[in-house]
Design a protein around this ligand. Structure first.
Ligand SMILES: *Cc1c(COP(=O)(O)O)cnc(C)c1O
Length: 482
């Protein structure tokens, strides 16, 4: 299976090269349109690890020993060997993607990515060490640190905005252990931090530094592929419980930010899984809802800070991959992306819009509805969900096709304890750790181990710098590691 840029069919790469490179040279994203004849029925008979081996093996066929990579990525790291359990809540199903080491769904992909990157490095004969540079608004940073910690041949530097992450998120990062990890606060907001990281990528590292930069962001196909697995896993669970027969369609409702999670569902469908509708759920930042309804993508709109911050996004990078897969015309995609860059907006063709309507549903809800949903689901079903999951649940309520509905759950409620506690009528004043305790006392829902032990862990990373100093900081670290 060969990868190519979404903007130029002449720029191609093997799956190992695509993982190592991250972004194509022309700024496009690596994608394949050749899904071959995947044995999706056989795959449904496997356990979670077997499914991961089969699906990742098919999507990334150039890796020599995928079973070993999967074992190394996931063994003992998740709360259950199922990795992503499916829970019945009322008449719907919640797919819990947050049972990994950092209690956010990014663990599913970021446990696997370091294995893929190091294997690709070896197979491609690269001698340089790989330095992962990440700007984070919270969840990605910690999941990347946990994934890359002490992985040979890699180093990781995570920058987070000084005032832009929650107390729990900060504690998760500054207590990170590992010989190859580095965490640094930047004075400014997330955009400043991200701009700084982009600048460092653009400038590159000096010749002969023995280090090559790479990204843990979802533009990397190696981060997307592991997410395809849980769509199969949920379907297999429904099959085993007798809820569906093989071939029946299942709808998936996905809380969406950068469009990575939901795109993985579309890849599962292209591989043969009987996915019905993929419903894209957004918070008040509803650029995708508008797009999927009208075919006009317009990022020229206010940016809202919400209680589901991982979905506060105006430019969803992975949408570019979907556009390519729907038209298979790199010139058309390149045109849309040019319009987005130059004008801040683009309008897709009627043919494209028709295809989008054929595959996707959409909906959005605001913070008030999100909280109301958390409170109501807790009261009616005794199920406690986080703010991102609640957005998807709310959208799912407005959407019934008759097919079974799987709502993807992307974070533990304890990652956003203040919003969740106040949503179920608790007193959310004071320190975030106190709020976690109160949420536990009130609900009895266990606190994930990684969050429960956080308070007693020593702080290991105390650097704080100005954004102008980010590049010098990275060069200093590279020099120091030599
Ligand atoms: C990253 C994230 C999302 C959004 O996922 P995308 O792949 O960016 O669409 C949703 N919820 C949580 C908790 C996340 O961390």
């Amino acid at each position: 299976m060969n990868y190519q840029s979404t903007r130029n069919a002449k720029i191609t790469a093997s799956s190992t090269a695509a993982v190592l490179q991250g972004l194509a040279d022309d700024g496009g994203l690596f994608i394949t349109k050749d899904f071959g004849s995947f044995d999706w029925r056989g795959t449904l008979q496997q356990n979670a690890f077997g499914m991961a081996e089969a699906i990742l093996g098919a999507l990334l066929p150039d890796f020599d020993d995928m079973p070993a990579l999967v074992r190394r990525a996931y063994t003992g790291k998740f709360e259950t060997d199922e990795l992503t359990p499916l829970v019945k809540v009322g008449s719907r199903y919640v797919l819990e993607l947050f049972r990994g080491p950092t209690s956010a769904f990014k663990d599913v992909a970021l446990s696997m990515l370091p294995q893929l990157i190091t294997a690709a490095r070896a197979q491609e004969g690269v001698r340089d060490e790989i330095l992962i540079l990440t700007a984070t608004s919270g969840d990605t940073g910690k999941a990347a640190l946990a994934g890359f910690r002490d992985v040979p041949g890699t180093k990781i530097i995570v920058f987070y905005p000084d005032a832009g992450v929650s107390k729990v998120q900060k504690a998760q990062m500054v207590t990170q252990e590992g010989e190859n990890v580095c965490v640094c606060a930047v004075r400014g907001n997330f955009d400043d931090t991200q701009t700084g990281v982009k600048r460092i990528f653009a400038a590159g590292l000096p010749e002969g530094s023995g280090v090559r930069l790479s990204s843990a962001n979802s533009i990397n196909i190696g981060r997307l592929a592991p997410q395809v697995v849980y769509y199969f896993k949920a379907y297999a669970n429904l099959l085993r419980s007798g809820r569906i027969h093989e071939g029946d369609q299942v709808d998936y409702v996905v809380p969406t930010g950068n469009f990575g999670d939901i795109l993985a569902g579309y890849l599962a469908k292209r591989m043969g899984l009987p996915v019905g509708r993929l419903v894209c759920a957004s918070n008040r930042n509803d650029v995708l809802t508008d797009f999927l309804r009208t075919g006009v993508y317009d990022r020229r709109r206010p940016f809202y800070k919400t209680i589901s911050p991982s979905m506060d996004i105006l430019v969803s990078s992975n949408l570019e991959r979907l556009l390519y897969l729907l038209c298979e015309d790199e010139n058309e995609v390149a045109g849309y992306m040019r319009d987005l860059n130059e004008q801040g907006a683009y309008t897709v063709s009627d043919a494209m819009l028709e295809k989008l309507h054929g595959e996707f549903g959409c909906g959005c809800c605001d913070d008030v509805e999100t909280k109301e949903t958390i409170g109501r689901v807790w009261k009616e079903h005794g199920y406690l969900m986080d703010t991102h999951t609640a957005v998807a649940w709310k959208v799912a309520e407005g959407y019934e096709s008759g097919a079974p509905v799987v709502v993807l759950s992307t974070a533990s409620p304890y990652k956003f304890p203040a919003a969740v506690l106040s949503a179920i009528g608790g007193d959310a004043s004071g320190d975030e750790f106190e709020i976690m305790d109160r949420l536990h006392t009130l609900t009895g829902v266990p606190v994930p181990q990684g969050l429960a032990t956080l308070r007693s862990k020593p702080v290991r990373h105390t650097d704080v710098i100005d954004r102008e100093a980010m590049q010098a900081y990275v060069l200093g670290k590279v020099e120091h590691w030599k």
